[in-house]
Design a protein around this ligand. Structure first.
Ligand SMILES: Nc1ncnc2c1ncn2[C@@H]1O[C@H](COP(=O)(O)OP(=O)(O)OP(=O)(O)O)[C@@H](O)[C@H]1O
Ligand SMILES: [Mg+2]
Length: 386
């Protein structure tokens, strides 16, 4: 069992009377890779800055190892930060960039505790080399930092932040400046470094795929509130509300009614599912992932609809299907042409039922994918009777 390292208790923050963090409650375990994920402006950086000690919360507590650290300045916290713009020192080589923090350090002299002395050169050398090895930059010691690729510079920035042996590393969109291919490599690399060094990473991103790839735990935020906390699998398979379902992956989100446990009604039809614990006939939001829908002959379909758009994606087709004006995304390896009437089938475990929330009705319709087809179809009368 991992041990709790950081706890945020009822954290609030406001700028100009506007609440940007609304009673945040969260704990982070030792050696955990935790990601704050959410759209721009949802409060990710603000949360990170409060943990790092750069911003003072309006109210609430930050606990480190059970001790309140609200009033502890950043440099006295066992926490280091890698920002998106990881300005390296251009006049120093790789070795000196990483050694910088250690050269600044003073510690009590063993022979005279009242005096403070620098770290011995040999210790600095060893720790820097060890760190460069951890980020796969052994042999780059004497390189100028402007002669490094983006990914290499990023790894220097991480080595520089880790060399002081913090208990926690805060990373604010550290891969934002890199191109897609490099970003993917660095995601795997970062995860490896975190596991090898064995420290806690608190990572900020608005990229859901990045969060799913790297995290032990994902915290989905919107408008200063936590919407859901869970493992990547939890968040993907069991989103708590329409916001989370829409933000993570592709989702068809349909109005439904929970007839009874394990039976949900959509479009007037009843679908067996695995969910329960709702009241009888409770209105709900139903999430169906595009990859969980099977296309079948019309007469075998639980629902029937009309294909309005087909996009070839290499591994599969993205098909937009109109069910009484609400457009679904279906991902399938079978090709169905535009205009075809198709039936669909959904296994009970492909249906996920959620409580209604303030996000109900805002997401889950793929109409904007096929507007151009709508215009073409406008003259036709679609006698869609599902
Ligand atoms: N110093 C500040 N003064 C005033 N408002 C601020 C300040 N810092 C942040 N805000 C506001 O607080 C809200 C949360 O900002 P924050 O930077 O935490 O968002 P974020 O989730 O990191 O977004 P992004 O993905 O764009 O970086 C935003 O509405 C932002 O405009
Ligand atoms: Mg930010």
């Amino acid at each position: 069992m991992s041990k709790e390292l950081i706890r945020l208790r009822d954290l609030c923050m406001a700028y100009d009377d506007e609440l940007v963090l609304d009673h945040l409650n969260l704990y982070i375990n030792d050696k955990e890779f935790l990601t704050l994920l959410g759209p721009s402006g949802c409060g990710k950086t603000t949360t990170l800055r409060i943990i790092g000690g750069f911003t003072t919360p309006l109210s609430g507590d930050v606990l480190f190892d059970g001790v309140r650290i609200n009033d502890v300045p950043p440099y006295k916290r066992q926490i280091n930060t890698v920002f998106q713009k990881y300005a390296l020192f251009p006049h120093l080589n790789v070795f000196e960039n990483v050694a910088f923090g250690l050269r600044m350090q003073r510690r009590p002299d063993p022979s005279d505790p009242k005096r403070k002395s620098r770290l011995p050169e040999e210790e600095i050398r060893q720790r820097v080399l060890e760190m460069l090895e951890a980020v796969s930059l052994k042999g780059f010691e004497n390189r100028r930092t402007d002669a490094l690729s983006g990914g290499q510079q990023q790894r220097v920035a991480i080595a520089r932040a880790l060399v002081n042996r913090p208990k926690v590393l805060l990373l604010d969109e550290p891969l934002g400046a890199l191109d897609l291919k490099l970003r993917k490599d660095m995601q795997i690399e970062l995860k490896r470094i975190q596991q090898q060094v064995g420290i806690t990473f608190i990572y900020v991103t608005h990229d859901q795929e990045e969060a799913l790839t790297m995290s032990d735990t994902i915290v989905v935020m919107d408008k200063g509130s936590i919407q859901q906390i869970g493992t990547p699998e939890d968040i993907y398979n069991e989103p708590k509300n329409a916001f989370v379902a829409d933000f993570i992956g592709e989702s068809n989100i349909i109005d439904g009614v929970m007839v009874q446990d394990k039976l949900v009604q959509m479009y007037g039809r009843q679908f067996p599912c695995l969910d329960g614990g709702f009241s009888e006939n409770e209105p709900v939001d139903v999430v169906i992932r595009p990859e969980d829908i099977d296309i079948v002959p019309v007469e075998q379909g639980q629902l029937t609809g009309t294909v309005t758009n087909v996009t070839f994606k290499g591994m599969q087709y993205d098909i937009i299907v109109d069910f009484r004006g609400f457009k679904w995304l279906i991902q399938t390896t079978d090709h169905s042409p535009v205009g075809a009437r198709i039936g669909i089938k959904i296994d009970p475990d492909g249906i996920h039922v959620m409580k209604k929330s303030r996000y109900s009705g805002l997401y889950g319709d793929y109409s904007s994918f096929s507007d151009e087809y709508d215009e073409l179809d406008a003259a036709e009368v679609d006698g869609d009777e599902t």
